[in-house]
Write a protein of this length. Sequence first.
Length: 492
Amino acid sequence: YLDNPTFRGMRQSLMKSFNEIYILDLHGNSLKKEKCPDGSKDENVFDIRQGVAIALFVKKQGKKGCKVYHSERWGLRDKKYEWLQKNNIKKTKWKSLSPKSETYFFIPRDERLLKAYERFPKITEIFPVNSVGIVTSRDNFVIDSDKDVLKRRIKIFCDEKMPDDLVRQTFSLKDKPNWKLKNSRENIRKDEKREDSITKILYRPFDIRWVCYHDAVIERSRKEVMRHMLQENLGLITVRQVAEGTFNHALIAESIVESRITLSNKGIGFLFPLYLYPKKDNPQKRSSGSTLMLFEPPAEYSSKTPNLSPDIVKHLRKSFEKTLTPEDIFYYVYATLYSTTYRIKYAEFLKSDFPRVPFTKKPELFSNMATYGKRLAQLHLLQSSELNPPIAKFRGKGEGIVEKLRYDKNESLVCFNQSQYFEGISTEVWDYQIGGYQVCHKWLKDRKGRTLSTDDIKQYCRIVTAIQKTIEIQKEIDDIYPQVEIDIIKYH
């Protein structure tokens, strides 16, 4: 509750209820993979994974206002016990905090840097329409890598000759308070176009699968936003908060996405579509005509409108003489989120809320950033010419079954069974993370027990290449990113 945005109301309420609040943060949060500032081991004072803090709340009769104080202890459990036995509230060195709206964090923050960071527009202000990814609550049934296998599964599910109990047992389906198998089967049978519901889904980074995207079998379809991704579109994926590690939670999609597309103990992935499509029953309706003022010609958007804030558009129009496309803005944002300099500088703030993005006033710099962003986007969609030839190679003879994974950093290869492996994978690439996932490891791990097809092998080699090129482009972005913040467009 010290820094989770979800509990900002609780923190505000505590400040209204008490005059003095003392927070002794004992850390030890294994969910966040906490370590001491010097990199050494940090242990919990209890046998739990959640971090621990001692809080003292003081209420004084007739006094108004609230002062918040903070102190913290890192290290091994025994050392923390020893310190706690020797100290009390008077002996403790407290640091005064100034929790501010709208987050009211009970942790120390670099207020000067925060003030500068908060001048940048939040990603939810740039792309107003957004949603978390879908939740099926039955992934093993409604999602599959093979479209034909999924079609057969749904066909069996709809077969009136198949008893409910047999379907339930065959697909390991369980009734829930808000979902009954019998009702679901009846509902999906009524839909003669149910096969049209089978569509692509970005399940994990670089892992595109097929899903039966039908309300009868999906728990939370998020169709108010995801419907825009059923037509030609681009979507930005990021998160509201990062519980563990550092921010690397930015990805692109051309389809709907699953909620765990990013890995975080404090939240799930959000999708921000670039374009909004009108509902079929009202094709002439536009969601925000004012966003078109920056773009020419408007006729191009008669069937879709950019999901961009009118205020952002207005400020960009003032700063640039040349016409920008919605994609230019999208790619600029994407490049910024991939700047290592940006990620390190604002690491503390990226952990606790949606990213904020600075927009440079310099047209040429904007254009250069957007170019890098486009290259990254094409790599991450596996559509870039830079993927040829791939840097990874498939070696060995065998059945191609993914068994135990073993990475050899000296030979730069990953073995997935006793006789077959991929070579040309540097340690930097093998360790690289997107959305909290170690991509090269995760992709193979999720195929354990399966036989890799020729297409699978080609795709893995392209994924490895995409990550290597991403690392190279990130370094190029960092060469120019510091210039972005020298002269930015002011929104707040």
